[in-house]
Design a protein around this ligand. Structure first.
Ligand code: DGT
Ligand code: CA
Ligand code: CA
Ligand code: ZN
Length: 579
């Protein structure tokens, strides 16, 4: 077994202190764990040399009982004191610690005085005035707790990729100004381009860590400081997310970045790989094994992640592929050559003022042209989408005329740019599309999308989508489940069958990269590659400002779903062949 991870230990000791306070233990005991947390943090990797209780006890502020605990952690990766507390305190009471501003001591007071344990009971006790009547509380502070409970209920455990990305960029801009900053990277799920993010993980190398951490804790977005160590800070920000900042030594940066990027499963895979090569990988570096232990005097000199992968005889694995079923491909040096933003040749799936878009076709087209694209595929809504200004047959034909005239205009100007006639057709309840075949044949391409009646019975829904896929006019299936991240689950479909059928029919499934949708879900990427499924990176732009979604969110999604440029229609100069 590889050694337990030392970066986690300070947090676990802090947690122990909090739970001690919550259980009503003496302050003295809790403070001892807080001090131990700081000691362990400053020891860092050197802690590994202390392989007995006696040598741990030699550290400042570490008494025998905590030394025993630390020793157990080094041996097993588990902290007995913490586990005992977690077993002994009701789980519902532990949830009170997530209420910002309440604190474990005051939580313990309320719990004991009113004999209540759940958040629901706490809320009731605030509403009927029992909490306000407790000594040391009062009406104002009871109201604050209530607000914090309600606030917590409103904020999901996760936020969307776009929200996390915006937060990360704002923070990065500020942190970059600190003197002595040498490296700053965002790690974790955001670097892996997950569609939703739990918390943000920053990793840095800095000559003035105190200044950097002070800056981090006083960012304008910060609403609460959760931890303020010498090398690690944690804060809560306005939208409820937590952000962690770590500072590591320059020589550990690559290994730490690898570690904090994860995924956990990928870390386990890499550590196993190191063993096979008679090496050991931890969060500080890559070392030769000497008598079963890391030879810490002689770390392999890896300054980048690429060098670490190379030392493990593995290909550099892009963060997007550090989760999912890719271990065999990694081992065999067979990773796909992922699409990059330079591969994008044009924009497909955009709305204009003909339906519910904000800008007219020419404005959208010229914006695409200015951004270096060769074409734009306009796809307004079909006639059943009355709510979105869906087009009647007459309006479709009028739009075609406008597009023909616009293409002629580009030609006359000597501009190499094409507007394609597309349609985002609703898939009707029985799987038919929204126009007669002779109209459908007039489009350059058709995206078939589910927009309404999503609560249909499972097998009927499946048949509905499969019928649409069999229609000869369909080029792409739009946002397949119509999910809205963190809001609506979307249609329950047997996606494997749909992917196989689409590939067989030569129909693509779009990567709809509006941040609320982000589907085809990347988890289908390996199957999609296996069956040769095609796709298009679709910003579903309803205004000029949304065209950039193709790059900002579409490229990360396409990479995470393991697409190569070849299988992406709008990475080709002629997206629909010589049609
Ligand atoms: P999130 O925040 O839920 O969206 O997902 P992550 O992947 O960002 O997870 P997080 O923030 O808990 O941890 C960041 C990375 O640190 C994670 O991807 C891998 C590494 N890590 C954290 N805890 C462990 C652990 O217990 N074991 C291992 N091997 N790695 C861990
Ligand atoms: Ca995270
Ligand atoms: Ca984290
Ligand atoms: Zn659309």
């Amino acid at each position: 077994m590889s050694k337990p991870d030392l970066y986690r230990l300070p947090d676990l000791l802090q947690r122990t202190a909090e739970l001690l306070r919550l259980s009503g233990a003496s302050d003295f005991k809790a403070i001892a764990y807080e001090k131990a947390s700081a000691v362990v943090e400053s020891e860092g990797e050197a802690l590994r040399d202390r392989d007995s209780e006696a040598s741990l006890k030699e550290l400042p502020n570490i008494g025998s009982s905590i030394a025993k605990d630390l020793h157990a952690y080094m041996e097993t990766g588990r902290l007995p004191a913490l586990e005992e507390l977690e077993a002994q305190i009701p789980a519902a009471l532990i949830e009170w610690l997530d209420i910002s501003g309440l604190g474990p001591k005051r939580a313990a007071k309320i719990h004991k005085a009113l004999d209540i344990t759940t958040l629901t009971e706490l809320q009731a006790a605030i509403e009927d005035g029992r909490v306000a009547d407790l000594p040391g509380f009062g009406k104002k502070s009871a109201e604050k707790i209530l607000e914090a409970i309600q606030w917590r209920a409103q904020h999901a455990d996760r936020c969307r990729y776009d929200e996390a990305l915006a937060l990360a960029e704002t923070a990065r801009e500020q942190l970059k100004k600190v003197d002595g900053l040498r490296k700053l990277e965002i790690a974790g799920s955001l670097r892996r381009c997950r569609e939703t993010i739990g918390d943000l993980d920053f990793l840095s190398v800095c000559d003035e860590p105190e200044d950097l951490h002070a800056c981090f804790r006083s960012l304008p977005e910060v609403t609460e400081v959760l931890a303020a160590g010498a090398t690690k800070s944690s804060v809560r920000v306005g939208n409820g997310r937590q952000m962690d900042l770590r500072t590591v030594e320059s020589k550990s940066f690559a290994a730490a970045l690898l570690y904090f990027t994860g995924s956990k499963e990928h870390n386990v895979f890499l550590r196993g790989r190191a063993r096979e090569k008679n090496l050991t990988l931890n969060e500080y570096g890559l070392y030769p094994l000497k008598e079963g232990e890391a030879d810490r005097e002689h770390p392999l000199p890896c300054e980048t992640e690429a060098e670490l992968y190379a030392a493990l005889d593995l290909p550099y694995t892009p963060p997007e592929l550090r989760e999912g079923p890719y271990e065999t491909l990694i081992r065999n040096h067979q990773l796909p050559n992922l699409v990059t933003e330079n591969d994008l040749q044009g924009i497909l799936h955009a709305h204009s003022t003909w339906s519910d878009g904000a800008d007219d076709i020419e404005t959208m087209a010229r914006a695409c042209l200015n951004q270096g694209y060769k074409y734009l595929g306009i796809t307004d809504h079909s006639k059943s989408a009355g709510y979105a200004g869906g087009l009647s047959i007459e309006r479709v034909q009028a739009q075609w005329k406008e597009i023909d005239a616009l293409n002629q205009k580009f030609k006359d100007e000597g501009v190499d740019f094409t507007v394609y006639k597309g349609m985002e057709s609703d898939i009707l309840i029985d799987g038919r599309l929204d126009y007669p075949d002779e109209i459908l044949e007039g489009f350059d391409f058709v995206i078939a999308s589910l927009h309404s009646q999503l609560d249909q019975e499972v097998s009927a829904m499946q048949a509905r989508v499969e019928t649409a896929l069999r229609h000869p006019a369909v080029t792409l299936l739009g946002h397949p489940t119509a999910r809205l991240l963190l809001k609506r689950e979307g249609a329950k479909l047997q996606m494997e069958a749909i992917i196989r059928l689409a590939a067989e029919r030569g129909v693509g499934i779009e990567l709809n990269c509006t941040p609320q949708r982000m589907e085809l879900d990347w988890r289908w990427g390996a199957l999609a590659a296996e069956v040769g499924l095609k796709t298009a990176i679709c910003p579903d732009a309803h205004a000029v400002a949304e065209i950039q979604q193709a790059k900002t969110y579409g490229i990360p999604l396409a990479r995470k779903a393991a697409f190569t440029a070849k299988r992406i229609l709008n990475c080709h100069a002629k997206p629909f062949g010589e049609k």
